[in-house]
Design a protein around this ligand. Structure first.
Ligand code: COA
Length: 258
């Protein structure tokens, strides 16, 4: 697939999506949002892709936020539409993807960049990564799900403080509070992401999709019932029979995603 603002490659079942506006620290303008929407559609639809990693071009930034230069012309309706379109077409689509999508955070992940990383199923950070929600500096609040996902990930008090102070935290602090799962030297960032996804890609694809669906509703009133229903659905899959038989026959399972 061709994109004007992204690099998109597929290798060994792993799609690597690189936001490619390094001169603007990969800020999310309309074109990036549209390209990301199309790229995530491709992840959903392309059977060759089993999982994906999102990262930013250049050493300095993952994504330094929504493109501030696009804000000046917006009114109340325009602002709400920007947030709704982005949430629907990109952020929620990533979170609800039926295939694992992780963030490899290389540098600044601010505002929409932090929100993009948080919409992924989990995050790995380079040692130079910096996270923050600086919207109140601009008279704004997070609009791509930041108030909700940050609270879910790090708790109410920390989310309040990060969104109120605009303070940036470094990778180790992000790791300490549970915002990222691993911190690695920059040159090991993508190799680490690929290593984890290579392991995940050996697992049963329909079961992975169900894990994502269940974990995404954790804490809601439907969480436990969703798990019961989807656990039951697994028993009607070929992959469950293959996985159980392979274990009993002491061989490696060959999952078909069926
Ligand atoms: N939107 C639009 N352009 C952005 C941007 C954003 N969110 N973040 C950075 N850029 C642009 C800068 O305007 C600059 O462009 P220019 O070279 O044409 O002037 C370029 O990217 C490099 O950024 P610069 O500010 O010169 O780099 P720096 O190293 O001095 O500072 C940051 C890095 C991340 C601290 C700083 O760019 C910043 O604060 N960005 C905005 C972060 C933000 O508030 N995000 C939330 C938006 S809701």
């Amino acid at each position: 697939m061709e994109f004007s603002t992204l690099l998109f490659t597929i290798q060994n079942g792993i799609a690597t999506i690189t936001i490619n506006r390094p001169d603007k620290l990969n800020a999310l303008n309309k074109d990036v949002i549209q390209d990301l929407s199309n790229a995530i559609d491709e992840v959903y639809q392309n059977a060759e892709i089993k999982s994906a990693v999102i990262t930013g071009a250049g050493a300095k930034a993952f994504v330094a936020g929504a493109d501030i230069s696009e804000f000046i012309s917006l009114n109340k309706e325009g602002g709400a539409a920007l947030a709704e379109k982005g949430q629907t077409n990109v952020f929620n689509k990533i979170e609800n993807a039926p295939k694992p999508i992780i963030a490899a955070v290389n540098g600044f992940a601010l505002g929409g960049g932090c929100e993009l990383a948080m919409s992924c199923h989990f995050r790995i950070a380079a040692e130079n990564a910096k996270f923050g929600q600086p919207e109140v500096n601009l008279g704004l609040i997070p609009g791509y799900g930041g108030t909700q996902r940050l609270t879910n990930l790090v708790g109410k008090g920390r989310a309040m403080e990060l969104c109120m102070t605009s303070n940036m935290i470094d990778a180790n602090e992000a790791h300490r509070i549970g915002l990222v799962n691993h911190v690695v030297p920059s040159e090991q960032l993508l190799p680490k992401a690929i290593e984890i996804l290579t392991t995940i890609n050996t697992k049963a694809p329909l079961a992975l999709a169900k894990v994502i669906e269940c974990v995404n509703v954790a804490g809601s009133e439907n969480g436990f019932q969703t798990e019961i229903n989807l656990f039951g659905d697994c028993f009607d899959t070929q992959d469950m029979k293959e996985g159980v038989n392979a274990f009993l026959e002491k061989r490696k399972a060959a999952f078909q995603g069926a």
